[in-house]
Design a protein around this ligand. Structure first.
Ligand code: NAG
Ligand code: NAG
Ligand code: NAG
Length: 271
């Protein structure tokens, strides 16, 4: 008899606990609302990163403004800029500053059209694309020596408050970026040469002394400049290489997704 009563008491307690738990559950869930919001925010950021790298346009939820500007001086320099934004489109402090040069057939507009500036901005980077003298909206100027070209880049970086740039340099722009790398590589946070000209101008010893983290990018079908510059640049002690399959000299146009993915991966490792 006693035994039966004890069992009933236990059963009652279990029932009571179940009812209580059922009633309290919404409150417990509400209490944990804040941390779960944070998780959602992180997820959104991950999604943005993933979407950015797998599509050319920036994610539709965030509008990125590409501003243009002109730096006075001799010669004046035209540039495009995208400032870093968070998932809600608010401006944030840059993770890194990325400066983009261009090849002979291009201008800074290429990086806007390709979505590179917006992609960098939604991933938290400040993106600055420059029209080199005689291209796009920058008037021509007789730059004869490596020293003058290095000085021009230096002027641009200083005037725009860029202290530790990641310098991206395709093809013809190697005339500017390679002397800069050799003379002032310690000023660069990273270097992304894309089949640049002028790599033969420097010796193995010069390359081996440079400690700038470097991502060498070139198209598998770019058997001329791409392959040759790779051979020279691979002597940089802190370099890694991405060879884009099925891509030619302007490999970023042929394989933009793969190019953007490689760029974002490289930048994320620099932080
Ligand atoms: C983005 O810009 C478009 C066109 O100007 C506008 O309609 C839209 O509301 C903007 N979206 C955000 C999130 O600001
Ligand atoms: C290579 O060096 C020579 C001599 O300094 C210079 O005239 C030439 O412009 C350089 N080439 C490139 C592509 O930078
Ligand atoms: C650069 O590459 C060219 C062509 O492959 C080669 O002749 C030259 O020796 C290389 N220079 C260096 C420093 O590796």
């Amino acid at each position: 008899m006693n035994f039966l009563r004890n069992r009933l008491v236990v059963l009652g307690l279990v029932l009571l606990a179940t009812v209580l738990l059922y009633l309290l559950l919404p409150a417990i869930r509400q209490g944990s609302m804040e941390p779960s919001l944070d998780v959602q925010r992180v997820k959104l950021r991950e999604r943005l990163t993933a979407a950015g790298s797998s599509s050319l346009a920036p994610p539709p939820a965030v509008n990125v403004t590409v501003r243009t500007g002109q730096l006075p001086g001799d010669p004046p320099l035209f540039f495009r800029e995208a400032l870093p934004v968070d998932a809600a489109g608010r401006q944030i402090l840059p993770r890194l500053q990325v400066v983009l040069l261009h090849g002979q057939a291009f201008t800074s507009k290429n990086w806007e059209d390709l979505g590179t500036l917006a992609l960098l901005a939604v991933n938290g980077y400040q993106a600055l694309a420059l029209d080199l003298p005689g291209f796009g909206n920058s008037p021509d100027s007789a730059l004869k020596t490596d020293e003058q070209r290095v000085a021009l880049l230096q002027r641009f970086l200083e005037a725009l408050g860029v202290r530790a740039a990641v310098l991206l340099s395709p093809s013809m722009s190697g005339r500017f970026s390679l002397p800069f790398l050799v003379q002032r590589g310690t000023q660069l946070r990273g270097f992304v040469p894309i089949a640049p000209v002028g790599t033969r101008n420097f010796s193995a010893q010069q390359y081996q002394a440079i400690q700038t983290p470097t991502l060498i990018v070139y198209g598998e079908q770019d058997t001329n400049l791409g392959a040759q510059s790779y051979k020279n640049l691979s002597q940089l002690p802190r370099s890694s290489t991405v060879r884009l399959e099925g891509a030619g000299h302007a490999c970023y146009l042929d394989k933009p997704r793969e190019f953007h993915q490689a760029l974002l991966d490289f930048l994320s490792k620099l932080e």
